[in-house]
Design a protein around this ligand. Structure first.
Ligand code: SF4
Length: 335
């Protein structure tokens, strides 16, 4: 199986590859446990972490995407679908940057070849976007409006742009952010699917598990003041790292933003609180994974997840009694 398809299973060519291979979805969910496990992990990680987790081997990666679409359809919750799609898209953007080579990932492993023009073809945008000599791009204004409509930052407003002859200038970084929105649209296209009973029955256990996770993830907390000395050791360590300017990987940033958002902080408050070492745009982006349009919220990562990502550090006595960083904070405040 093609590595590019495994990394971007929402590509048309990936779908065609699956069709041409004559793969039967019922056969996959009944017999390929690694694929079903990875599908569940895609959604689980998407709902709680904002990205789809570590990749597996190519076949599992590629096939787990259509199975994840089936699973999210069975859950049939618009908030979950949107959050999952945004996690797929966020991961895709990171991969675009790595595979096109716009960001130094610090890794030397071989990347599949990807170009901006290949991406524009993929989303049928080749005629709407042209590249300037300096490497920046011009985007047709209606395409720009369509792709930027869910981006909150002021800089995306049309009045902030030097529109000329019906075209909006965007940098390469901005173009990839707009393509991330195109990925969200691609992933959500056609969802929820009509799932045959035979497949729904086979995936009943996985669906149940994810529905339970979802039910446990909706909550909202509110505190009059934030008492930072009562923060759990993991969050204290992450905040110290961020404030001192050390680089913190995406899961760590997500954990802090999610923790602070769990205390009803909005984008600006989180920005002020962490002393502005993570950009407002990055914070807004991560909050978008946490909050749905109806105001529901997903919980910040639990202790188990923090351990999985090596983010559980400096555990103390209270840590032995709790399962969640928020629970730690509540217990500390009560004390
Ligand atoms: S046990 Fe939980 S609260 Fe304590 S440091 Fe680890 S992740 Fe944080």
């Amino acid at each position: 199986m093609d590595r590019l398809h495994a990394r971007y299973p929402f590509f048309e060519s990936a779908r065609t590859a699956v069709e041409n291979a004559g793969i039967d979805l019922l056969d996959v969910v009944e017999n390929e446990t690694a694929v079903v496990r990875r599908s569940k992990a895609r959604i689980k990680s998407g709902l709680s972490e904002g990205h789809i987790g570590d990749p597996r081997r190519n076949r599992v990666e590629l096939l787990s995407y259509p199975v994840a679409r089936v699973l999210i359809s069975l859950i049939d919750d618009p908030m979950a679908t949107d959050t999952y799609a945004r996690a797929e898209a966020a991961t895709a953007r990171q991969r675009f940057e790595a595979d096109i080579g716009t960001k130094d990932t610090g890794r030397s492993i071989q990347r599949p070849q990807l170009t901006i023009s290949r991406l524009l073809d993929e989303f049928n945008l080749s005629h709407q976007i042209t590249q300037n000599r300096d490497g920046s791009f011009q985007m047709d204004v209606s395409t720009y409006l369509q792709l930027s409509r869910n981006l909150e930052d002021q800089k995306w407003r049309l009045v902030e742009r030097a529109v000329t002859a019906g075209e909006v200038p965007v940098t390469e970084e901005e173009l990839l952010m707009l393509l991330e929105e195109a990925v969200v649209n691609r992933v959500t296209e056609g969802l929820p699917l009509q799932v045959p009973d035979s497949i729904a029955d086979t995936l009943a256990e996985e669906k149940e598990e994810l529905s339970e996770l979802l039910a446990g993830h909706e909550f909202s907390l509110s505190y009059e003041t934030i008492d930072e000395p009562a923060f759990p050791p993991c969050m204290t360590a992450l905040l110290r790292q961020i404030r001192s300017g050390d680089s913190v990987e995406l899961p760590g940033q997500f954990a802090v933003v999610a923790f602070l958002a769990g205390m009803e902080m909005d984008k600006d408050e989180v920005y002020e609180f962490i002393d502005q070492e993570i950009s407002k745009e990055e914070i807004a982006y991560q909050l978008a994974h946490l909050r749905d349009k109806r105001g529901g919220e997903y919980a910040p990562p639990s202790c188990t997840t923090m351990v999985e990502y090596d983010l559980c550090v400096n555990k103390d006595e209270l840590c032995k009694e709790i399962n969640h960083p928020i629970e730690y904070y509540e217990r500390k405040i009560d004390q």
